[in-house]
Design a protein around this ligand. Sequence first.
Ligand SMILES: C[S@@+](CC[C@H](N)C(=O)[O-])C[C@H]1O[C@@H](n2cnc3c(N)ncnc32)[C@H](O)[C@@H]1O
Length: 216
Amino acid sequence: MDEVRQNTQRIRDEADGDSLSWFETLYATANGDEYWIPWSDGAPHRFLVEWSFSIKSRGRALVVGCGLGEDAAYLSRQGWDVTAFDISSSAVQWAKENHPTEDIDWQTADLLSLPEHWKELFDLVVEVHILQAMPEPLRLLAAPNLAPLLTPTGHLVCIGRLNENEEDFEGPPWPLTRQFINSIGSDLNQVDFVKGNLSHDEPEVVRYRSVWKREN
Ligand SMILES: C[S@@+](CC[C@H](N)C(=O)[O-])C[C@H]1O[C@@H](n2cnc3c(N)ncnc32)[C@H](O)[C@@H]1O
């Protein structure tokens, strides 16, 4: 695992400091070997799966920063009409190849400048580990772009690491403070907030899931 961390760190160091371009380099140079993608475990996030049991309705879902597509494929199997995008075209192509039987609209796109016609289009928007992977100046620009994607009855689900004690972290990832998380859905109604961890987590890791609905 150390060599995976070292490889990721080297690619980041060689990239322009504030940019997100290193994601594409990481995926492109992995040559189809998931071993080199530190966040990929071949399964949908447990917090998303658990939340999905609580909702019976279906519709259009958007998976933000889909990586290798496990969350998108899970939602598709659950009956959602899924669009999934990532800033890395290599990730998108790889996700498509990993899930050839799912009818998913795979797109290369940047959360910082989304297609205008996506506004108010989605009944579900899912963000897993994207905002926490962006340096703060970009994160502050990106977070307000999520809520406007929802239909009037849509849900926004954000999952990531929680910075409970407002510590300084040398990211990525940069765990998110409760204040920042609340700001993501400031125009929405928060309907769920849970804290927890995953079985493989280091003891200090705290994770969160926050869910908002546009209308009650
Ligand atoms: C830590 S990975 C998480 C990937 C996936 N959601 C998962 O949980 O496995 C962060 C992902 O966000 C993507 N990403 C980063 N910035 C982005 C942006 N501005 N727009 C779209 N995707 C972005 C990266 O390419 C990468 O696939």
